[in-house]
Unconditional design. Structure first.
Length: 246
């Protein structure tokens, strides 16, 4: 794994690290496949590894005692799973698992902590990332309280589009319902509304983005603040350019 250079990785946090900090992490890294439903963080269990996602999409989910769940954040190539470790917390009640298959670089928690202790600039980078996750969560709460469902759906589609290659998003209606905290039937109806505007094309397990610029207009002010904060603090772009496809 030591032969893997910093320019070879896709993960933005790894690319933003100081070179010596990257070398320390990559020496302990293992490439892993991330199939759908693969659990990266189990609720209330100590993590042995953190994972830098190279491709695919992970969901962080909060659940209550009655088995009700809602997505509270998602992670792609811009992030890391197990970020509670940055805050020196050994467990979290939230669960993180893969929703769109991909691959990642897995690093032991021990080596990750040693790297944070040895390189203050790297520690600051990951604290900034955790801050960006907090902003994402805050904006989700704002969207849930102040925006209509089709605006919230447009926001989540844009966030997924930012984190996945191409314009096809392999997202089921069940997953979108989990993201929005609503019934599947409600998601299906809203997808039909946005599809009628020729902004997306939706099938049973895929959403194709046809007009991102129009999708951003539909999302209105619910989208953009966490993305701008990430770009300001991490120093690398996350937002995709506007696209129109036939």
């Amino acid at each position: 794994m030591a032969a893997l250079g910093q320019r070879d990785v896709h993960n933005l946090l790894l690319r933003a690290l100081p070179a010596r900090a990257f070398d320390m992490l990559i020496a302990d890294a293992e490439t892993i496949d991330l199939p759908v439903k693969h659990v990266l963080v189990e609720a209330d269990q100590v993590n042995e590894h953190v994972c830098f996602i190279e491709s695919g999409l992970a969901s962080m989910v909060a659940s209550n005692g009655e088995d009700e769940s809602v997505e509270v954040g998602h992670i792609g190539y811009e992030g890391i799973t197990g970020s509670h470790v940055v805050l020196k917390t050994d467990t979290t009640p939230n669960r993180t698992f893969i929703q769109v298959a991909g691959d990642g670089l897995q690093v032991s928690v021990g080596n990750f902590k040693r790297m944070l202790a040895e390189f203050p600039a790297a520690n600051d980078l990951f604290l900034n990332y955790v801050h960006c996750c907090d902003i994402q969560l805050a904006q989700s709460a704002l969207a849930n309280g102040r925006y209509n469902m089709h605006e919230r759906l447009a926001r989540w589609l844009l966030m997924c589009h930012d984190r996945l290659d191409g314009n096809d998003l392999p997202l089921t209606h069940e997953f979108l319902a989990l993201m929005l905290g609503v019934r599947r039937s409600g998601v299906t109806n809203e997808l039909h509304v946005i599809e009628g505007l020729r902004v997306i094309r939706s099938t049973r397990a895929n959403v194709r983005i046809l007009d991102r610029e129009r999708l951003e207009e539909i999302a209105a002010g619910s989208y953009g603040i966490p993305e701008r904060e990430y770009e300001r603090l991490i120093g690398l772009p996350i937002r995709r350019s506007s696209t129109r496809n036939a």
